[in-house]
Design a protein around this ligand. Structure first.
Ligand code: ATP
Ligand code: MG
Length: 192
């Protein structure tokens, strides 16, 4: 039997309960052995704003996953120079005895046509589109292997969290408690 591995990429700046819930629910729904959170090294689609240092984002993801069974953090994009391209990541994680499931929110899935190496991506994974209440997902394209997993709608985003912190508002409950402590200790996101 092949190992079934979920690959959940993102900037995770910071990681929040929406990410955690999606990872846990997809692992459960598709009976995956593991889900890897894969923080992007250089998120080329987010070049317009300054992203927190990569090690900070990995540390936060590690703290968020510490007590979760079957959810891990991969440094694969963090340790690679240059823009993060999903097909490169899938190739690096691939193995003959492993099946890869690329996990995306509906917003990220709708943006897939802009990706580099898209035809290769199709061959390397099954796409899993996570839909929140009220969202619908379309197949990524003809002949793609894909699944849809419904998850609870948790109306939280990293952008909103950064905005809250910059404005002195609380983030408790929206971010795992150890990550909240890390953010305050390192004085992250205090200037917008
Ligand atoms: P930002 O506001 O900076 O764009 P974000 O909250 O969207 O951050 P990302 O790191 O951009 O987080 O997202 C990583 C992945 O997590 C994407 O596939 C995105 O669709 C998904 N995602 C983001 N927020 C949620 C949420 N609340 N519930 C489920 N999935 C989410
Ligand atoms: Mg986003």
């Amino acid at each position: 039997m092949k190992e079934r591995v979920g690959v959940f990429g993102g900037t995770f700046d910071p990681v929040h309960v929406g990410h955690v819930t999606a990872a846990v629910d997809v692992r459960d729904a598709l009976d995956l052995d593991r889900v890897l959170l894969v923080p992007a090294g250089e998120p080329w689609q987010k070049a317009s704003r300054s992203v927190s240092e990569r090690d900070m984002r990995v540390d936060m993801a590690d703290l968020a996953c510490a007590d979760l069974v079957g959810i891990e953090v991969s440094r694969i994009e963090i340790d690679r120079d240059g823009p993060s391209v999903t097909a490169d990541t899938l190739e690096a994680l691939g193995a003959v005895d492993r099946e890869l499931f690329l996990i995306l929110g509906a917003d990220a899935a709708a943006n897939m046509s802009t990706w580099k190496r898209l035809p290769d991506t199709r061959l390397l994974c099954t796409v899993v589109v996570v839909t929140r209440d009220g969202e619908t997902a379309d197949p990524p394209g003809d002949d793609w292997k894909w699944e849809q997993v419904r998850v609870p709608r948790l109306d939280v985003s990293s952008s909103d969290l950064r905005d809250r912190i910059a404005n002195g508002r609380p983030i408790d409950g929206l971010v795992p408690a150890p990550v909240v402590r890390f953010i305050y200790k390192n004085d992250l996101y205090t200037s917008a």
